[in-house]
Design a protein around this ligand. Structure first.
Ligand SMILES: NC(=O)c1ccc[n+]([C@@H]2O[C@H](COP(=O)([O-])OP(=O)(O)OC[C@H]3O[C@@H](n4cnc5c(N)ncnc54)[C@H](O)[C@@H]3O)[C@@H](O)[C@H]2O)c1
Length: 339
């Protein structure tokens, strides 16, 4: 192996091209040698300027001799086959969320990795690398606040495409809260309920936007999530922990605060998720590259962050969340035993 590990990036749309840029400009110890996308034009647009080979077939890209590790940023429906191919090739993989689109297939991926005896799968739950989330997790785990009782989360997007219906809001947006809640509370989620509220006039017919989602953790701690994806304002992700001996809040957009003539003051709200979590995506990439290099050199684990179990847990929570939306009932996640 050269000093730098050689990466194939599968799917170079919005997220994949961001990862290519991160790997090329801001990450040490890795370079992109191969890109693969169902759109040949898109693959060349991203791959040509950095001298990466374009390989049409993702399976061929994974198996290629000039590829040591893989970043998957294709749509969720393609992840299962591509992650399994990485496992069979023995190559570390950073897979964008979701790990797979169903809990059963995600569990099967976790079991396959366990059988192989080597952790090769990292899942792109980048909030764990955000400085505020990491600090909040450490504060909770440190015990100063006492036992966590409630977590209040708000997840607001300015606008989304028409296809973002109530179920997709759970799978695509609340999935981040599923992982954040497990990360912050340090325990599994046992049940999910959803209350559909009055929809904004911006929501297509039949779509409940916003909704209130409730997770019940195994300890009984509660997680409330306001999911609202058509605010028309900006990107707002806030989390407040309420514990026995205090509370703590992150996501306040503490940018420059201005004071103006006329007696008003204000600041700016982060416009989108790349602006809000740019540092987290880049830190996730650097930590994964470092872990992948170490794993390739040692033949051992190649993960520094959420893994296949976390991908499975998020899939199980989202599956319960979708059932809760459809049936209007409290749904237990029924997660498998980890052992
Ligand atoms: N972590 C995050 O915050 C975050 C944010 C956005 C998206 N994502 C995830 O990243 C992934 C990609 O999302 P996106 O917004 O970049 O989508 P996108 O549509 O912008 O890009 C997907 C790309 O994959 C290509 N593609 C489709 N099927 C393929 C296949 N089978 N093999 C190879 N290429 C294929 C498409 O042509 C496209 O260029 C999704 O899993 C999504 O959930 C994560």
């Amino acid at each position: 192996m050269n000093d730098e590990i050689r990466i194939a990036v599968l799917g170079v749309g919005k997220m994949g091209s961001f990862h290519v840029e991160s790997l090329t400009r801001r990450t040490r110890g890795a370079r992109v040698t191969v890109v693969s996308d169902v759109s040949d034009e898109q693959a060349h647009r991203v791959g040509d300027p950095i001298g990466a080979r374009v390989v049409a077939d993702p399976a061929e890209a994974i198996a290629a001799d000039d590829v040591d590790a893989v970043v998957i940023a294709t749509p969720g429906s393609a992840h299962e086959a591509q992650v399994l191919a990485c496992l069979e090739a023995g190559k570390p993989v950073l897979c964008e969320k979701p790990l797979t689109t169903e809990a059963a297939t995600a569990a099967a991926v976790y079991r396959r990795e366990t059988e192989l005896g080597r952790r090769l799968i990292q899942v792109g739950f980048m909030r764990r690398f955000d400085r505020e989330y990491a600090a909040l997790q450490q504060m909770i785990a440190g015990g100063d606040l006492g036992a966590p009782l409630m977590l209040h989360c708000a997840h607001r997007n300015p606008a989304v495409p028409e296809f973002f219906d109530s179920e997709f809001m759970i799978r695509d947006s609340v999935v981040h809260e599923a992982d954040s809640a497990r990360f912050l509370l340090g325990e599994e989620i046992a049940a999910v309920s959803v209350v559909r509220g009055r929809p904004t006039a911006e929501a297509p017919a039949g779509v409940s936007d916003p909704m209130l989602v409730l997770f019940e953790a195994e300890s009984g701690a509660l997680v409330t999530i306001e999911i609202f994806v058509r605010t028309g304002i900006a990107y707002e992700v806030r989390t407040e922990i309420v514990a026995e001996r205090g509370s703590a809040l992150i996501g306040l957009d503490q940018n420059v605060v201005t004071k103006r003539a006329g007696g008003t003051w204000g600041g700016t709200i982060t416009p989108d998720f790349v602006a809000r979590f740019g540092q987290a995506y880049d830190d996730q990439m650097q930590r994964w590259v470092d872990a992948a290099r170490a794993g390739i050199a040692s033949g051992g684990d190649a993960v520094d962050g959420p893994g296949s179990w976390d991908g499975y847990a998020a899939a199980a929570i989202c599956e319960a969340g979708v059932a809760a939306v459809v049936k209007g009932e409290r749904i237990e996640t029924g997660m498998e035993d980890r052992s």
